[in-house]
Design a protein around this ligand. Structure first.
Ligand code: G1P
Length: 281
């Protein structure tokens, strides 16, 4: 599942008419990185939770017949392949509307009838992760071993806990932490640890059931973190320090950093990008 209902106000005026998920990192919209990560991990069934003004997301992941024919006629095979690669084939994607921005937990709950009573993955497109093995694939491996809920985590400075869901840790082997509680965006002094949730989750269906309560939490929003916290003790729960680098594309400088990192990761432009950076450094 890919929640994409947010207003993206932090990127105004860019996001006045364009969904923030469509802002390009090099030459691909942000949300495409999340979809490619999931596909590389073997996920072939998608639910996008969208909202008013996000219809262009449906078009982006659809076949564009006229464009395809035009590029074929012009012999522009590279561009044709690049455009065609974004299409999700028939039945692979469902779009669900979130009628009001009531929080991440509410967005996930909006997809309850599509997801059904099975474990499901959630990828937040604001978090772009570059890694050898797809981050969500690392979580799926841990889920196969331990079941229950598995969330991606990273150590953050204590001063930053107010930006994340934070784990209350029962045991920690340095890679996998077993979770005895979670708090959404705690003040540094109140944070139970400095192990913060990154936007990748593999969740037990009991989390969806917990969201039925529709109880507002931090910031007055219905929080996914609170619903996950309600399942502690009922199902195994782990935080995985994933291998890879996460970029916070919900933040302007994080987004800029992601653009730089992705350009440097592309063999055909890495050297030129390095030259440009050297000129400004
Ligand atoms: C959301 C979640 C938070 C998580 C974060 C990761 O917050 O609510 O628990 O740590 O994503 O990026 P948001 O950044 O949408 O406020």
């Amino acid at each position: 599942m890919i929640p994409a209902g947010g207003l993206g106000t932090r990127f105004l005026p860019a996001t006045k008419a364009v969904p923030k998920e469509m802002l390009p990192v090099v030459d691909k919209p942000l949300i495409q990185y999340a979809v490619e990560e999931a596909r590389a991990a073997g996920i072939d069934s998608f639910v996008f939770v969208t909202a008013r003004g996000k219809a262009v997301l449906e078009d982006h992941f659809d076949h564009a017949t006229a464009l395809d024919e035009l590029l074929a006629a012009d012999g522009k095979e590279d561009l044709r392949r690049a455009a065609a690669a974004t299409a999700l084939s028939a039945g692979m994607v469902a779009h669900v509307r979130q009628p009001a921005p009531l929080g991440l937990g509410h967005a996930v709950w909006c997809a309850r009838h599509v997801v059904g009573a099975t474990p499901f993955a959630v990828l937040l497109p604001d978090d772009l992760v570059l890694s050898e093995q797809p981050c969500i694939g690392q979580l799926l491996d841990a889920h196969r071993e331990h079941g229950g809920n598995v969330v991606a985590v990273m150590d953050v400075p204590r001063a930053d806990t107010g930006r994340y869901g934070v784990l209350d840790v029962a045991a920690d082997d340095g890679r996998l932490a077993s979770v005895q509680g979670l708090v959404e965006k705690p003040a540094p002094a109140d944070a139970p640890s400095t192990l913060a949730i990154v936007g990748r989750y593999v969740l037990d269906p009991s989390v969806m059931a917990a969201l039925d309560a529709q109880e507002p939490g931090a910031g007055g929003e219905i929080q996914l973190t609170d619903a996950m916290a309600r399942t502690v003790g009922d199902v195994p729960f782990h935080g995985l320090r994933f291998e890879g680098r996460r970029f916070d594309c919900g933040d302007k400088l994080g987004f800029l950093e992601a653009n730089i990192a992705c350009a440097l990761a592309r063999p055909e432009m890495a050297a030129a990008a390095r030259d440009i950076l050297a000129r400004f450094a």
